[in-house]
Design a protein around this ligand. Structure first.
Ligand SMILES: [Zn+2]
Length: 304
């Protein structure tokens, strides 16, 4: 159980000191991480099971989970790191599940300081209703996973959902790239169709669109409300599987106001600080890092 009483200050771990040194060095008040996973315990266990089994989620690659702790400890760790705001990326893999996940997410947001109320959906009858309810209940961000959900984002059942999110200005983090393993509806094509119909959709492309980085940079260049999260991009782990093309760095630099820090915490096969150092070593400068690691998300979510 998460203790709701004022916390006695924890002694920061060496790791927390390292993470804090990163953002303190940039003169930031902390980090904002738009891509962290919190979900009902039994769903999370199942996800971890996939990673352990080197299943379709991992593309068959060894993927040891670094932060396999109970929920309260995971949230405490993020706060120790100085993550001022973080999301609860959760997503269904079948119909009849999203509404239940959204109910859990309301409660999670309530009991977890620093979390941004997150919701999800699936192409199914009633989806427009429960998405509207989630927005009315204060959802700040949505998550959709096209590989795990194995659905077409351009499915007509989702048309009113994209329209509603565009109108409400509520961003959706969508895993639409084909990494680490492609799905039938991943890649720039299907989500590109959605954007053609809903050009004002505040889409956040997860994982920088890995491995189709350049196609997704292209979507962001074309649609001013499209953003990209950095989740796992540029890390040693991802560079080995799906290297970011050096020639695209100037485009990444130019989109500095639309790139957002994401980590995939806790499901990462390396320490949290590695994501930050991986961004730093791109050599795009401190201004770019400040925008990406904090300021862009602060503006998007109205965090002061
Ligand atoms: Zn993720």
């Amino acid at each position: 159980m998460t203790d709701l009483s004022p916390q006695t200050p924890r002694t920061p771990s060496a790791e927390a000191v390292e993470v804090r040194r990163f953002w303190e060095g940039l003169g930031l008040p902390g980090l904002i991480d738009v891509h962290t996973h919190f979900m009902p315990e039994r769903v999370l266990r199942k996800v971890w099971g996939y990673f352990d089994a080197l299943g379709p989620l991992t593309g068959g690659v060894e993927w040891p989970i670094t932060y396999r702790h109970e929920e309260g400890e995971r949230a405490d760790l993020l706060r120790d790191f100085g993550v001022r705001a973080f999301t609860a990326m959760l997503y269904p893999h079948k119909p009849g599940m999203a509404r239940w996940l959204n109910g859990w997410a309301v409660d999670f947001a309530r009991r977890t300081p620093g979390s941004l109320h997150t919701a999800t959906f699936f192409p199914e009858p009633g989806v427009e209703t429960y998405v509207r309810e989630a927005v009315e209940a204060g959802a700040r961000v949505f998550k959709a996973h096209l590989q795990v959900g194995a659905y077409d984002p351009a499915d007509e059942l989702l048309d009113p959902v994209w329209g509603l999110l565009a109108e409400a200005g509520v961003p959706a983090v969508v895993h639409c790239g084909s990494g680490p393993a492609p799905g039938k509806h991943t890649g720039p094509g299907p989500i590109g169709q959605v954007l053609a119909r809903h050009p004002g959709l505040p889409l956040i492309v997860a994982h920088l669109g890995m491995p189709e980085y350049e196609d997704f940079l292209g979507l962001a260049e074309r649609y001013p409300r499209v953003r990209l999260d950095t989740t796992m991009a540029f890390t040693d782990f991802s560079e080995e599987m799906a290297p970011f093309p050096r020639r695209a760095l100037p485009r990444l630099a130019a989109l500095g106001d639309r790139v957002l820090l994401g980590s995939d915490f806790p499901n990462i096969p390396y320490p949290y600080a590695h994501q930050l150092r991986a961004l730093e070593r791109l050599g795009l400068g401190e201004e770019w890092l400040r925008a990406v690691c904090h300021d862009n998300a602060a503006a998007l979510f109205g965090i002061r």
